[in-house]
Design a protein around this ligand. Structure first.
Ligand SMILES: NC(=O)c1ccc[n+]([C@@H]2O[C@H](COP(=O)([O-])OP(=O)(O)OC[C@H]3O[C@@H](n4cnc5c(N)ncnc54)[C@H](O)[C@@H]3O)[C@@H](O)[C@H]2O)c1
Length: 288
């Protein structure tokens, strides 16, 4: 075990049966992208897991609540990210461009951003990162394929490329510096699935929170890649390689099936019916 992952493990206690029970509470947890769709949810649902939640975004976060710190920061600013990370025990990295955009925007927020987060983690000896990766790192696989963590990455755009880069950064910082990461390839995390594709990719907020909790507190994750989806009927993804996280989703898109299937069928040649990444596979290039 690396020196810097020792901090997390120190809060874990072995039971007489040999299994490990974590205290499930950090001193200070950093949440980037805290003003975004998922950040707003996790600002509340991750509250029990840290004495202090440090919230950051480039967008307005409002006033700090009890046991919260609000630290505005542009992820493209290396010095600002370094100051942001100081004093944190773990990072949930959600911040950045979350849809397909021109490369230059993705470069600043996601590619430079993820590098800055890991450099700061190294400098400040943060031992654990949860990285919000995306299904768009494998978006050009067909919906008829079944993937696991070892499947070839086939990014479906600049955004997907940036998440693929982020996963490589996570692996590098584990191999070189012992910083552990769980990269969650989030499917579609919204209040409910809003189209047929999302019947396979939907991840409820409750299951997302559980998966992040497991990702923060499971000892010895090294760099784990896990697909973030609820217990949907027609899943494309196999999480056997992340079984050590013990993630068992509680929700399923099935309860929304009748509502979703009232929508007109998707044409057979529509990317939403062909590729796991859906419409992202057909966006851009920009500015021609
Ligand atoms: N919601 C999903 O279904 C889904 C699916 C796959 C991956 N993800 C990933 O999860 C994360 C959160 O997703 P979301 O749906 O909440 O996205 P979002 O766009 O609502 O939130 C992203 C946040 O990052 C902030 N941000 C953008 N550029 C920044 C910069 N340069 N510096 C600092 N902050 C910056 C934005 O202001 C925003 O608040 C993202 O990384 C996204 O790529 C989400």
């Amino acid at each position: 075990m690396s020196e810097i992952s020792q901090n997390l493990a120190d809060s874990a206690a072995a039971t007489p049966g040999g299994s490990v029970v974590t205290a499930h509470r950090l001193n200070r947890l950093l949440l980037t992208g805290a003003a975004g769709g998922l950040g707003k949810v996790l600002r509340h649902s991750l509250r029990p897991f840290a004495s202090t939640l440090r919230l950051s975004d480039i967008a307005d976060l409002g006033a700090a609540g009890p046991d919260e710190e609000v630290v505005p920061c542009n992820l493209a600013d290396k010095a600002a990210v370094d100051a942001l990370v100081a004093g944190c025990d773990a990072i949930v990295h959600l911040g950045g461009v979350s849809v397909e955009r021109p490369f230059e925007e993705v470069l600043e927020a996601n590619i430079k951003g993820v590098f800055h987060v890991y450099e700061a983690a190294r400098r400040h000896q943060v031992g654990r990162v949860v990285f919000a990766s995306s299904n768009h790192v494998i978006g050009f696989h067909k919906q008829t394929e079944r993937l696991d963590a070892a499947s070839q990455r086939r990014p479906d755009g600049y955004y997907g490329l940036s998440k693929s880069f982020g996963e490589d950064v996570a692996q590098f910082y584990f191999d070189r510096h012992g910083i552990e990461t769980v990269s969650i390839r989030i499917g579609s995390s919204f209040p409910e699935p809003v189209n047929r594709r999302m019947m396979s990719t939907w991840l409820s907020y409750r299951d997302l929170t559980t998966l992040i909790e497991k990702s923060l507190f499971t000892p010895g994750v090294k760099h784990t890649v896990v697909y973030g989806a609820s217990a949907n009927r027609d899943l494309w993804w196999d999480n056997h390689a992340a079984a050590h996280l013990g993630f068992e989703p509680q929700d399923t898109s099935e309860v929304f099936r009748d509502k979703v299937e009232q929508q007109p069928p998707v044409a057979a040649d529509d990317p939403n019916a062909i590729y796991q990444g859906g419409a992202f596979t057909a966006q851009g290039p920009f500015g021609d």
